[in-house]
Design a protein around this ligand. Structure first.
Ligand code: NAP
Ligand code: GDD
Length: 358
């Protein structure tokens, strides 16, 4: 029996991008459901399995080396794992970086999805396929909530590549009968979020400010609004879509939107500090194009049983408290798997826009 008392299923799933935020949470979710889980990771000079360790799931996931741009490795991952369900989460997931590496982002977030779909079509078209699509597809110009029918106006190389893979997923569904779903997920965050994303950058820096380890939080566009939810609740929808009778596309969101400024203000509130004394705007963090406003309408996925609980205030608290606890433990000499202690600090990282200014 699983933790919630439901009978365990014995299915096999392959997750690409198992070392990322969503990959780690999805691994834990599926392992707890009784799945045999395989996960792909790419070869790096330094291992980065800290999220799987953090969730105590590292020992339970079967690891397969694969790179999105290497078709043979994807083919092997499917041949070895024999999955019933493939969750394609691997991607160059940072919108900001996509302006600096547009070609690589196109390969990884666009073409590679066709590589995977082709592999499934040829090897076993009965495999179900989940594609990590995104609210970035909606892009700029929306003034109200977006549902599955809203217009796509991508505003970054990241979003353009994800739009291509969104359509390819639909095309393989309609053209080849593959059970393929697009999860159009709005921003979802957690203490396992990468440090370059704005929410975690804020929670980590706020924690350091509270402990006297940092004074300033340098941010870009404070006015941008996002529909931010809690990642562990979002990954549940990936599985839910794959259990339906027919494949479809679903928006996943809290249906609520807040600005970066509000996030920073609330985060400093959690530790009793005034955000205005610490936040500085730095144009290094502005993008050539930025989506001003994103808000979802997730009625469709809620109709099939999704019922998230964590709201904006709750999310900010979870993230700040966890980063605070990590830095406190660190100060007390405790060492545990975690990213921030190895992060170089963004002052050390040059951007091509800084070069342009000289
Ligand atoms: P993440 O933490 O950045 O994880 C991305 C994963 O992709 C990592 O495991 C990464 O491996 C892997 N990867 C990157 N390039 C690869 C390559 N060339 N070959 C193989 N693996 C590669 O992102 P996330 O937040 O978990 O997001 C998961 C997916 O959902 C992504 O496709 C993202 O675009 C999409 N999405 C995310 C959100 C969100 O708010 N989080 C919203 C909508 C859609 P390394 O660990 O080696 O870097
Ligand atoms: N990263 C970052 N750093 N963003 C900043 C900063 C900063 O210092 N200052 C302001 N922002 C603004 C960005 O300009 C953007 O408008 C907003 O904060 C959110 O930025 P990110 O956290 O980097 O996320 P994102 O919305 O660009 O992309 C994330 O969500 C997408 C779904 O909408 C990623 O997870 C994507 O992979 C995902 O598809």
């Amino acid at each position: 029996m699983s933790k919630d008392g439901a009978p365990l299923v014995t299915k096999t799933a392959l997750i690409t991008g198992v070392t990322g935020q969503d990959g780690a949470y999805l691994s834990k979710f599926l392992v707890d459901k009784g799945y045999e889980v395989y996960g792909t990771y790419r070869r790096l000079s330094t291992p980065n399995f800290w999220r799987l360790h953090y969730l105590n799931v590292f020992e339970k996931v079967n690891l397969l080396p694969a790179d999105l741009i290497d078709v043979g490795s994807l083919l092997d991952a499917i041949r070895i794992s024999h999955p019933e369900e493939v969750y394609n989460l691997a991607a160059q997931s940072f919108v900001g970086a996509s302006f600096e590496q547009p070609v690589g982002t196109g390969e990884m977030n666009g073409i590679s999805v066709t590589r995977l779909l082709e592999t499934i079509r040829i090897m076993n078209p009965k495999i179900k396929f989940y594609q990590a699509s995104t609210s970035e597809l909606f892009g700029s110009g929306h003034l109200s909530a977006s549902n599955e029918e809203a217009l796509f106006r991508p505003s970054s190389p990241y979003a353009a590549a994800k739009l291509y893979s969104y359509w390819m997923t639909k095309i393989y569904r309609e053209g080849f009968g593959i059970f393929a779903c697009n999860g159009i997920l709005f921003n979802h965050e957690s203490p396992l979020r990468g440090l370059e994303f704005v929410t975690r950058k804020i929670s980590n820096t706020v924690a350091k400010c509270a402990l006297g380890l940092e004074k300033e939080l340098r941010l870009g566009n404070l006015e941008a609004k996002r529909d931010w939810g809690y990642a562990p609740e979002y990954i549940e929808t990936m599985w839910l879509m794959m259990q339906q009778k027919t494949p479809d596309d679903y928006v996943v969101a809290t249906d609520d939107s807040h600005s970066v400024k509000e996030f920073a203000e609330k985060a400093f509130d959690v530790v009793g500090l005034d955000w205005q004394e610490h936040v500085k705007v730095d144009k290094k963090f502005l993008r050539p194009l930025d989506v001003a406003y994103l808000k979802g309408d997730s009625s469709k996925i809620r109709k099939i049983g999704w019922n998230p609980k964590v709201d904006f205030d709750g999310l900010v608290k979870i993230m700040v408290k966890e980063d605070l606890s990590r830095w406190e433990r660190w100060q007390n000499g405790e060492r545990f798997p975690w990213d921030a202690s190895n992060y170089p600090g963004e002052d050390k990282i040059l951007s091509r826009y800084q070069e342009k200014d000289k």
